[in-house]
Design a binder for this molecule. Structure first.
Ligand SMILES: [Zn+2]
Length: 155
């Protein structure tokens, strides 16, 4: 791997450690030319299979852009979106799979989004779970209310 500072074509690994979840390895590298250090992260590739059958590398950025629309006008920051995308990726990777359907990625977004913002969650869920009637919304809202009530009782 090229040194990101001087573009030297070689580097030496000075330290390797496996991430806590076991899904990636971080390597500390040193450039023999400029002596500066940098970190690389090695993870298994995760492919998303689109409905057309085409597969592409999982991208947090795509998760963020998919959710951003549902969050319009809501008190959700770019930082919140980045953290949500990170959680989605970690959840998927922790299943130990190498590929996932695009629809499953949509479903994996639901839980963290529900915790982030309930209105954005309802907007997003209505698309990904194919809500087609008021009853679908009512059922989702009842389950949010029940959750809120349970959380209140546990306090
Ligand atoms: Zn260098």
């Amino acid at each position: 791997m090229h040194c990101p500072f001087c573009r030297h074509s070689d580097s030496r690994v000075v330290d390797s450690r496996t991430a806590e979840d076991g899904a990636s390895i971080r390597r500390r590298r040193q450039c023999p030319n400029c002596s500066r250090r940098f970190t690389t992260i090695e993870a298994t590739s995760l492919s998303v299979i689109k409905r057309s059958g085409v597969s592409e590398e999982f991208s947090r950025q795509k998760v963020v852009s998919g959710v951003r629309k549902a969050c319009q006008g809501r008190p959700v920051s770019e930082d919140d979106l980045a953290k949500l995308a990170q959680r989605v990726e970690e959840n998927i990777r922790s299943q130990g799979i190498a590929e996932i359907d695009a629809d499953e990625v949509g479903l994996a977004i639901l839980d963290p989004l529900r915790e982030l913002d309930q209105v954005a969650y309802l907007r997003f869920a209505s698309v990904y779970q194919g809500f087609d009637s008021l009853e679908d919304f009512e059922a989702a809202i009842s389950s949010l209310r029940a959750e809120r009530e349970n959380a209140r009782l546990e306090q």
